[in-house]
Design a protein around this ligand. Structure first.
Ligand SMILES: CSC[C@@H](O)[C@@H](O)C(=O)COP(=O)(O)O
Length: 343
């Protein structure tokens, strides 16, 4: 099931806030609906946010009805600015918007109709490339997985979070397809339960053995020697190899280190932000306190209790055993090796 699909003249986004109970697509006819979908996590996961935003730009281009090249560019650029304001942490969003802006400029001189079609084709290419990168990552990454392995993952870094196949779940998928005996532990991932609602659903659909645990069970499961490796995705990786990913990832990295378990991060080139030197510079999204005071719409805390709700944390590079990327497996020293591979 695709998270993002272009259908003739509009965009379809699988509404991930309704999964796993309801499988329903939202129809997007303009970039405002796409921006809202990103903001409220109807589409989520770093690469998927980038691809959805690219289609948002395409919708803004297609919706232009005048005949002025300047006005056309102004409107498309306004959409790019609107989409950039949706979520701050995943760099894939800004990577995709920068690519679409450069592409818009490269079409200058053509008719508006040709530019509209070319911009749509660029968004489609970006989506297809993301899926291809994930498959490539899967091929590289699965070589790191033993013939029989317990794998712990956090949040959802699967097909739902990408153009298809997934980053961390792509590696797991590739290992499963290669005939390896994989058993996945999925953290539920409080407060929005991407692990419980999305990862468990996605893996079960593919027939990959998965066991759901609450976030606080990870240490005990590791202590029992049920986990051979941890694989997570990422929202932004800086030049020194620090990794922003779903809140709770840093804790898992510490636990993996304490138990002598490898901790892998799977991410495509679009997730690397070598313009930032370290994770301290990554903007971390803080979300509404209601997400913590409630669970599935039911209040689970005193209505007035103060809440802190950072959506991501940063894992320092020294806890990352290796990066699995579409350009190969990258090991420390990261400052040097990321520059070499990601240029
Ligand atoms: C391939 S997805 C990698 C990350 O984007 C994923 O692990 C994550 O943290 C997603 O957070 P979300 O808030 O659901 O967008």
């Amino acid at each position: 099931m695709d998270a993002i699909r272009w259908q003739e003249d509009h965009l379809l986004l699988l509404d991930q806030t309704k999964l796993p109970l309801v499988e329903e697509y939202i129809e997007c006819w303009d970039h405002y609906v796409v921006a809202r979908a990103i903001k409220i996590l109807q589409v989520r996961g770093a690469p998927a946010i980038g691809a959805a935003a690219a289609f948002g730009v395409a919708l803004a281009a297609l919706n232009y009805q005048g005949d002025s090249a300047e006005e056309f560019e102004r409107e498309v650029n306004q959409a790019i600015d609107d989409l950039a304001k949706t979520r701050p942490t995943a760099v894939n969003l800004f990577w995709a918007l920068t690519r679409m802006k450069a592409f818009l400029e490269s079409t200058r001189g053509s008719s508006i109709e040709d530019r509209q079609q070319a911009i749509l084709a660029e968004a489609q290419a970006l989506l297809a490339e993301d899926k291809a990168m994930n498959e490539q990552m899967g091929a590289y990454g699965q070589t790191l997985i033993p013939e029989s392995a317990g794998v712990l993952t956090h949040c959802n870094a699967g097909a739902l979070a990408t153009g298809g196949f997934g980053t961390a779940l792509g590696v797991i998928r590739a290992a499963h397809q290669a005939g390896k005996e994989i058993s996945v532990f999925a953290d539920e991932t409080r407060p929005l339960l991407q692990g419980a609602r999305l990862t468990a659903w996605e893996l079960m659909k593919d027939g990959i053995p998965v066991t759901l645990i609450t976030d606080s069970m990870a240490a005990y499961v590791m202590k029992q020697k049920l986990v051979d490796l941890v694989i997570v995705g990422a929202d932004r990786i800086t030049a020194n190899g620090d990794v922003a990913n779903k809140i709770g990832t840093y804790g898992l990295a510490l636990l993996a280190k304490a138990h002598g378990i490898p901790f892998y991060v799977a991410a495509p080139v679009s997730t690397f932000d070598l313009s930032l030197q370290s994770g301290d510079e990554i903007p971390i999204e803080e979300r509404d306190s209601e997400e913590v005071r409630t669970l599935g719409g039911t209040t689970t805390a005193p209505l007035e209790v103060p809440v802190y709700n950072p959506s991501f944390d940063v894992t320092p590079h020294q806890y990352v055993t290796a990066f699995i990327t579409d350009r190969g497996i990258i090991q420390a020293p990261y400052l040097e090796n990321l520059q070499k591979h990601m240029k």
